[in-house]
Design a binder for this molecule. Sequence first.
Ligand code: NAG
Ligand code: NAG
Ligand code: NAG
Ligand code: NAG
Length: 192
Amino acid sequence: MSCKIILKSLNVLLLIHFILPDQNVTKLFNEFKLKYKRFYYGAKHEKNAFNNFVNNFNNLNDFIAKQPNQSVVYKLNKYADQDPEEVDEYYGIKIKPYSEVPKNATARTDSDDLPFLEDMHLYNLNEVNNLYQKWMKSMGKPNYTKKLEREVHYYRFVKTVVEINRQKAEGKKVELDGTADIVQHPDDYFYG
Ligand SMILES: *[C@@H]1O[C@H](CO)[C@@H](O)[C@H](O)[C@H]1NC(C)=O
Ligand SMILES: *[C@@H]1O[C@H](CO)[C@@H](O)[C@H](O)[C@H]1NC(C)=O
Ligand SMILES: *[C@@H]1O[C@H](CO)[C@@H](O)[C@H](O)[C@H]1NC(C)=O
Ligand SMILES: *[C@@H]1O[C@H](CO)[C@@H](O)[C@H](O)[C@H]1NC(C)=O
């Protein structure tokens, strides 16, 4: 993992906060919301976010306990209120709810500069079938008549959507274009 950017000392206070044992996690969650200006639409979403935060906090503490390293510390980042498994299932991208920071840095990692998930405009993979139909229509694509042909193109499309999500998560400006379901190489439609 890269630790490029060196800025601000406020975050050092926060991260030292995070790794002390016996923390009041409700208080930490409030600080997290304040720091990242998180607003939730309704108590249910907030509760879900809080539960994710608690899980990520506990997982991070376990991780730290197993990997004592005098020269680095870890802090929860702006993905701390997300469930990484859910994010992977929905969008096919991997997020880490924590970042590694050199202990003597005056500083922080670049994680604060990552976009929020909702600002990435990712495609929800659970709705990819609808997306494909809409895309076919908007691109004026004819229906494929053979079943195998249809499936090959569909899988290629799904794979493209996953790739686009990954690129968006890396901050690239990419969109689905007319080639999204075009198989360019043999086996290109295999998902993986
Ligand atoms: C934890 O923090 C919350 C919010 O600041 C507070 O309401 C609660 O009483 C605290 N709990 C403990 C055990 O200190
Ligand atoms: C501790 O972390 C630093 C920075 O990532 C790394 O260079 C070093 O090898 C680590 N030490 C151990 C014992 O894992
Ligand atoms: C932190 O410590 C490492 C090695 O211990 C050193 O190379 C680096 O320059 C230090 N960074 C700062 C900001 O002091
Ligand atoms: C393709 O098939 C779908 C579902 O069978 C149908 O609703 C749609 O009108 C067809 N589109 C074209 C261009 O034939």
